[in-house]
Design a protein around this ligand. Structure first.
Ligand code: ATP
Length: 379
């Protein structure tokens, strides 16, 4: 991170932030609500696969603030090499552009408004899109935080969170990063201790999944009842690779299962955590992209203790016993793929969460109400 801590927005300036990806270690999904969202309980984990978001403010002559966003694939990023990698949205089609607009509106709503400025956002993307890794949401949160920094923090934590939630269910999580429980549609957060650190292998397959499509399939599967063909999602003997039943989980069941998961996580035994990994969207994701199941299998064959689709997919992560094991699994996994996928899946070992907790009670970090209590660990 760089740039001024606080200065009047009219003076301009530039801030660059790392925008991490996330995986969902646990995702229990309830029935569709009347507003179209699903109630869920999830455990988010920020992982050090990052986009770089640079926000520049330039003084402008007169008129309303303007927003430009330029997003490009980082040369050498695993996502860029996919033949089917989607074109990145620019300007206000990019969630980061909508974040800048939401920021302008939130500041304006408090009466003072921003002086005439040109906001330019540049995003160097490494996080694959449509991968269930929250890249767009993370870019949006990084944009909000950079604008806060550049404009002298005009928004209080609650207004900032509200602006983030208006952009997407995962955006509030990325204001803090680290590890957190998300409830409702994911926007109500309780931050968790970052220990124990987990050793993960991210697998980035050459396919994308749209979140809305996966939820639609989840609804179809729950309506249609269990279908053995689409529910065969156990990856290896005794290794639950996600929720086997697509039936929507009730509120009590979600909380009970979460409690058990958090207890196991706190225990710090990787094998036990692997057995508790859960993603209720996994059956839906696999029924839409069966090749993702092959990637899950490859991770386990390569030595991961368990493997799970992240969020709505199509990315997958494996949990390994330690750093050496994760590196070994990432190296072996390509040869465990079926021939059609060889050379088309990137395996990236990451230690997660590699974040420092800035435990500042004034920010309300522990209660989940503060902004940016976790920052990227230097080096
Ligand atoms: P979701 O947030 O829906 O779970 P995801 O994590 O699977 O999505 P994203 O990287 O957020 O994947 O991309 C989802 C879609 O959002 C993309 O296909 C793209 O059209 C759009 N999008 C908007 N802004 C961005 C951005 N900054 N980076 C990537 N995609 C973006």
């Amino acid at each position: 991170m760089s740039g001024p801590a606080s200065r009047p927005p009219g003076a301009g300036g530039e801030v660059t932030r790392s925008a991490p990806a996330k995986v969902n270690l646990f995702l229990a999904v309830g029935a569709r609500r009347t507003d179209g969202y699903h109630d869920l309980v999830t455990v988010f984990e920020a992982v050090p696969l990052t986009d770089l978001v640079t926000v520049r403010l330039r003084p402008a002559g007169t008129g309303e603030p303007t927003v430009r966003v330029s997003a490009f694939w980082s040369p050498g990023a695993p996502a860029a090499s996919h033949p089917g990698a989607p074109a990145l949205p620019q300007d206000l089609d990019n969630l980061a552009g909508r974040a800048a607009q939401a920021f302008i509106e939130a500041v304006g709503g408090r009466g003072s408004g921003l002086p005439p400025v040109a906001i330019e956002v540049t995003i160097e993307k490494r996080i694959p899109a449509g991968a269930g890794l929250g890249g767009g949401s993370s870019d949006a949160a990084a944009t909000l935080l950079a604008l806060q920094e550049l404009c002298g923090r005009p928004l209080d934590a609650r207004t900032l969170r509200r602006a983030a939630a208006s952009l997407g269910s995962d955006v509030p999580f990325f204001l803090s990063g680290g590890r957190a429980v998300g409830r409702s549609r994911g926007e109500l957060l309780t931050l968790l201790p970052r220990a124990p650190r987990l050793h993960l292998v991210l697998a980035l397959p050459p396919v994308t999944l749209a979140t809305a499509e996966v939820y639609r399939r989840f609804d179809e599967l729950s309506g249609a009842g269990p279908d053995p063909a689409t529910l065969a999602t156990r990856i290896g003997p005794g290794l639950p690779a996600g929720g086997d039943s697509p039936a929507p989980a009730g509120a009590r069941e979600r909380e009970t299962a979460l409690e058990a998961f958090l207890r196991t996580l706190a225990g710090g035994e990787a094998g036990a955590v692997a057995r508790c990994l859960r993603n209720d969207l996994q059956a839906a994701a696999l029924s839409l992209r069966p090749e993702v199941g092959e990637v899950l299998r490859a991770l386990v064959e390569a030595g991961c203790l368990g493997a799970l689709v992240s969020g709505s997919g199509a990315s997958v992560f494996g949990l390994a016993a330690g750093e050496k094991e994760a590196a070994g699994a990432a190296a072996r996994a390509p040869s465990a793929l079926p021939p059609a996928l060889v050379g088309r899946v990137a395996f990236v070992p990451v230690v997660s969460p590699a974040w420092e907790v800035r435990d500042d009670p004034a920010e309300g970090a522990r209660s989940g109400s503060g902004e940016a209590p976790h920052t990227l660990k230097p080096g």
